[in-house]
Write a new protein. Structure first.
Length: 276
C-alpha cells in the first residue's frame, strides 16, 4: 500500500487520523532495514536510533526520505527504545524492530482506526529462516506497538522489554511479519547472549534458585512449547525451538545457581574490613 492509498483510506474514515511517528532501534541490520522502512512509508516520520552500525545500515537509513537518524551507544533495550520514543515529534508512536515488516492488511487496519484506545496490540508472524513458525510458544505473539506516548513508556526487563501502558489496549486483527532469525546458528548465538543478559538482570535483584529449579524449568518449557502449544506441528523446526528453549532455560537457572554460591562484593568487602 502506497502512502497516497493509506491517506485515501484515512480520509474515508469518519475519524481523522492523528500523525504517527515510527520508532526503530538498530545495529548492523543491513539485511533487514530496507523492507522495514519501505513498509513504514505511511507514517509521518521515521525515527531511527542506531548504536554504531558498521555494515552499511546507516547509509540506507540516511537515503530514506522520511527518516531522522540518531546515534546513541547501546546500554539496554529499554533505554534505547525510550530514547527513540522521546525523539518522536508526534504523540502516536508505532514502535517496530528492524526485523519486522508492517503488512498491507495491517496498514489498512491502522488507517481505519478511531484511535480512541490508549494503545493497540499487534501480533507477529515469526520466521526461522524461510519457515514461518505457526505453533509453539512463538504463536500467537502479541505486543503493544502502537500507542499514545502520554500513556506508555518502555519498561519490563532487559532484554525482554515491553511497553507499560496506564490504560487498556485493543488487539488488532492483522499481524506484522517478524524475520527474527536468518538461520539456526543466529538463533543459538543471539539467545545465548540474551540468556546471559537475563541472568545479569535477575542476579542483581537477588534471585536465588532452589534445588532442582534448572531441571524443572527446562522440562516445563519443553512440554509447553512442544506438546501443549503443539510445536511438533512445525516439524524439525518446532523440535529445534522447543529443545533449545528448554536448554537455555536450564542454562539460565544453572548460571543463577552458580552466581548465588559466589560471595557478594559487599560481603567480601566486609570480611576484608574485619580482617584489617
Amino acid at each position: 500500500m502506497s502512502e497516497s492509498e493509506f491517506q485515501a483510506l484515512t480520509q474515508a474514515n469518519t475519524h481523522p487520523r492523528p500523525p504517527i511517528s515510527a520508532a526503530i532501534i538498530c545495529h548492523n541490520e543491513l539485511h533487514n532495514i530496507s523492507r522495514c522502512l519501505e513498509a513504514l512509508e505511511f507514517c509521518d516520520e521515521i525515527v531511527v536510533v542506531d548504536s554504531g552500525s558498521t555494515d552499511g545500515t546507516r547509509q540506507l537509513v540516511e537515503a530514506h526520505s522520511k527518516t531522522r537518524l540518531l546515534t546513541r551507544p547501546f546500554d539496554t533495550f529499554i533505554n534505547q527504545k525510550n530514547f527513540a520514543l522521546d525523539a518522536c515529534r508526534h504523540d502516536w508512536v508505532l514502535s517496530v524492530d528492524a526485523d519486522e515488516v508492517i503488512t498491507p492488511p495491517l496498514r489498512r487496519e491502522i488507517a481505519a482506526l478511531d484511535f480512541t484506545a490508549a494503545g493497540y496490540l499487534i501480533g507477529r508472524r515469526t520466521f526461522l529462516g524461510e519457515q514461518e513458525i505457526r505453533h509453539g510458544t512463538w504463536n500467537p505473539d502479541y505486543n503493544l506497538r502502537l500507542f499514545h506516548r502520554s500513556h506508555g513508556r518502555w519498561g519490563g526487563t532487559n532484554p525482554h522489554e515491553r511497553v507499560v501502558l496506564d490504560a487498556p489496549a485493543v488487539r488488532l486483527a492483522q499481524r506484522m511479519l517478524h524475520y527474527s532469525y536468518r538461520n539456526r546458528q543466529e538463533f543459538l548465538a543471539r539467545n545465548e547472549k540474551y540468556t546471559r543478559m537475563i541472568v545479569d538482570y535477575v542476579a542483581q535483584r537477588g534471585h536465588r534458585p532452589y534445588l532442582g529449579e534448572p531441571l524443572i524449568h527446562a522440562a516445563g518449557n519443553f512440554v509447553k512449547a512442544y506438546l501443549v502449544k503443539q510445536g511438533f506441528r512445525d516439524g524439525r523446526a518446532g523440535l529445534f525451538i522447543a529443545w533449545h528453549t528448554a536448554r537455555l532455560s536450564h542454562l539460565k537457572y544453572q548460571l543463577l545457581s552458580e552466581r548465588s554460591r559466589l560471595p557478594s562484593r559487599t560481603s567480601q568487602q566486609s570480611e576484608l574490613k574485619h580482617v584489617a
